[in-house]
Design a binder for this molecule. Structure first.
Ligand SMILES: [Zn+2]
Length: 175
């Protein structure tokens, strides 16, 4: 770890999870629930926990890569302009809490995409943008990175609706 971790990011996520009633019980760090992380005041603890579990490597990288886009303590504009369900969808993706196999390794036997059944890992980015099976029936995100941007709220709203639809599609499919 060469970057200085941003402890407020963890607090912000924990707060948002509570506010939007996001279920964190299946979150891979469940040894230490998110509400306790608020008290730790440090994302170093989270990253240490992630380091303990090698399967969490992609999640850790995801976290480090994204945190710079979030301004802690500032209510972002999208939260005022998107509905509750849409906000929840955006927050879930931004905090790697969408129910995908790579996000919830303890819950599944393998990491292969349940939709296309190819040798593709079931990551958020795969199912939201690249999965060819999902593409046949459901609109996908054109650019996964856009979910992490704030510039165009209308785009974010569209992305949120796509996330909601794809989540339903994936959840209906047996693992
Ligand atoms: Zn797939």
């Amino acid at each position: 770890m060469t970057e200085k971790p941003n402890s407020l990011w963890a607090e912000e996520i924990a707060k948002l999870c509570e506010e939007y009633e996001i279920d964190t019980t299946e979150f891979p760090m469940k040894k230490e629930p998110l509400n306790q992380l608020i008290n730790n005041k440090s994302i170093i603890n989270i990253i240490d926990k992630m380091n303990e579990e090698s399967t969490q490597k992609s999640k850790k990288e995801h976290w480090i890569k994204r945190k710079d886009n979030i301004k802690p303590g500032v209510r972002q504009e999208y939260m005022c302009r998107l509905g509750r369900k849409q906000c929840g969808a955006i927050i879930r993706v931004r905090s790697s809490m969408m129910v995908t196999k790579t996000n919830m390794p303890g819950k599944f036997n393998n990491r292969n995409c349940r939709m296309c059944k190819r040798d593709m890992e079931e990551t958020q980015e795969h199912i939201l943008q690249h999965c060819e099976d999902i593409r046949k029936t459901t609109q996908q995100i054109q650019n996964y990175e856009d979910i992490f941007k704030e510039e165009d709220i209308e785009n974010l709203k569209k992305a949120a609706n796509i996330i909601i639809k794809i989540t339903e599609t994936v959840e209906d499919r047996p693992q």
